[in-house]
Design a protein around this ligand. Structure first.
Ligand SMILES: *Cc1c(COP(=O)(O)O)cnc(C)c1O
Length: 556
């Protein structure tokens, strides 16, 4: 506003171009909302300094700016102040489109303007020194700097023995670490000498090691593993195919349910029969996480779909040759294939005890019938060839793809660089383009109520459906709108959104648009619509009007 001497609405059009909003939650309650009076109290003065009233500022955080009771939604303000919105996984993009759809009234959910960049993790921060050696052999020094497209191909060439050796050393180190933790923990709680001796018999460096570590909150469903304690007990105490379970996690201090979930787990691990096979590590933090992701054979994740926006802990095991066994939620919904790990889920999304029971039973079944047998399927040299193949595929296909290398590049290419270009275009020459866009929007706001369909028709020729629309625009210029033929996606049918061509000006304020669509879909599937158009504006992100026409008549 100061630099270009423009009013707030123009400055918003200009600066918005350089902002992007990344949403990180999959639940409505994750967005902070404030009472209008509170916002007015604290931001009233600021609003005035921008040349607007406190009410106008509050209106920016409302779906319906005119509703005085609607609270001020921070995510909505962020969206109104940005020229691109993105979620953090493909599934989360679709969830966000649904969450935000009421911000774009009249627009199909598919067209709610949210894209996605799936998270990635910084691999060198999470790999064990053994894994680091492997990657170094494959990709050379600094292999995680810059682009790592070829890294996946190179890691594929490593021999089974090297991969397996790395896994065994990392698992041993994890077992040592847990024993050390437990000794100091027992010392702190002044355990007797017998218990301390016992620590050195806990866990087995050769046993299949499952890890479960995360924030303990309801949607993460940490109790899924515990749903059938005798069944879990049988798995853990098998003499032939021993399995051990390492758990860690924290709950919010006010989340009583989460705290209870931790207590249940701790109680389970204290039973004499599983003490040496199941451990709950206290004080989950990045250090504990590092140890767990380096040594675990299988990373277990059981969130309630679709509540996990992305999930990153499972990505941290990829670089170490750990395998994911997870609900098809967040990143796993796009990363999973049968040769890289295991998936729980039938793609259903419901919050019920029945669904939890189904998922728990699938989790146990996968462990019993697939995970454990494959891990213990050894050749005469004691090497689990199928398991190693799975590790190799997971490392080569997933690790580079879910690294921050890929993520940062994607943010730069798809979001930040285009935003930077847009910002420069809109602010150049004293913000000429921003002023033009602001005027364009003012015109649309004022004149939109006049816009209407006067007559719409269609004729069917073999293969092709021709459409005609006579649209009244009032004072609005015809280049300020687009008229489109639309059919929503239906079973086996893709969405059709076809721009019509301006054919003639019929009267001062009426225009004829025409268009043809090659489709055999029935007429009831089609509608027409008028939407605002400007080559430099984001529609519907920055301008949300839309006018529909349905049904369309067949020409006699
Ligand atoms: C990676 C990590 C998380 C996040 O894990 P999610 O799977 O995304 O929930 C939380 N806490 C710690 C200590 C971590 O290392």
């Amino acid at each position: 506003m100061e630099e270009s001497r423009v009013a707030f609405p123009v400055a918003l059009w200009a600066t918005r171009a350089g902002n992007t909003f990344t949403t990180h939650t999959a639940v409505e309650a994750g967005f902070d909302v404030y009472a209008p009076d509170l916002v007015k109290e604290y931001l009233g003065e600021y609003a005035e300094s921008l040349g607007m009233s406190a009410d106008e500022l509050v209106a920016m955080g409302r779906r319906n700016p005119k509703d005085p009771d609607e609270p001020f939604n921070m995510a909505l303000v962020a969206a109104r102040g940005s020229s691109a919105l993105n979620g953090v996984s493909r599934l989360h993009r679709d969830v966000s489109k649904r969450l935000f759809s009421s911000w774009y009234p009249g627009w199909p959910v598919d067209e709610v303007p949210v894209s996605h960049v799936t998270n990635g993790v910084h691999m060198p921060s999470w790999d064990s020194r053994w894994a680091d050696e492997l990657w170094m052999t494959a990709g050379g020094h600094g292999c995680w700097s810059g682009q790592c497209d070829l890294l996946g191909i190179r890691i594929k060439e490593l021999p089974d023995e090297e991969i397996w050796g790395q896994r065994n050393r990392a698992r041993q180190e994890l077992v040592d670490y847990v024993r050390r933790c437990l000794s100091s923990e027992f010392c702190r709680h002044s355990a007797d000498a017998e218990t301390l001796l016992h620590v050195h018999e806990m866990l087995d460096p050769d046993a299949l090691t499952l890890a479960f570590a995360r924030r303990f909150t309801r949607y993460k469903r940490p109790n899924l593993l515990l749903r059938d304690p005798p069944r879990l007990l049988r798995l853990l105490t098998s003499a032939k195919h021993p399995v051990q379970l390492l758990m860690a996690g924290k709950a919010h201090t006010r989340d009583l349910q989460g705290i209870r979930l931790i207590q249940d787990m701790v109680r389970f691990t204290r039973q004499p029969r599983v003490r040496h096979r199941a451990v709950f590590l206290p004080d989950y933090d990045m250090q504990v996480a590092q140890q767990l992701v380096q040594g675990a054979d299988v990373w277990v994740n059981t969130p309630r779909r679709p509540w996990e926006a992305c999930g990153t802990s499972g990505m941290k095991v990829l670089v170490n040759g750990g395998i994911n066994l997870s609900e098809l939620d967040g990143w796993w919904a796009e990363a999973y294939s049968p040769d890289v790990g295991w998936a729980i889920s039938d793609n259903q999304e419901e919050d019920s005890p029945e669904k939890d029971a189904v998922d728990a039973s699938e989790l146990y079944r996968l462990l019993e019938e697939e995970v454990i047998p494959e891990f213990y399927d050894r050749d005469p040299l004691g090497i689990p060839r199928r398991w190693i193949n799975r590790i190799r595929t997971s490392m080569s296909q997933l690790a580079p793809n879910f690294s921050s290398n890929r993520m940062v590049r994607q943010y730069a290419d798809e979001l930040y660089l285009p935003a930077s270009t847009r910002y420069q275009e809109r602010t150049a020459h004293s913000a000429t383009l921003a002023r033009e866009l602001c005027d364009w929007q003012t015109m649309i706001e004022q004149l939109w109520p006049e816009v209407r369909f006067e007559q719409v028709m269609t004729t069917v020729n073999p293969e092709v459906r021709d459409f005609e629309a006579q649209v009244y625009l009032g004072q609005l210029k015809s280049e300020f709108v687009r008229v489109e033929i639309y059919a929503e996606p239906a079973r086996e049918e893709e969405c059709i959104c076809h721009p019509m061509r301006l054919k003639a000006r019929l009267t001062d304020h009426s225009y004829l648009w025409v268009g043809s669509v090659r489709s055999r879909r029935p007429l009831e599937h089609f509608s027409m619509r008028v939407v605002p158009a400007h080559p430099h504006a984001g529609v519907p992100l920055e301008e949300r009007h839309i006018l529909w026409k349905y049904p369309i008549c067949e020409k006699a």
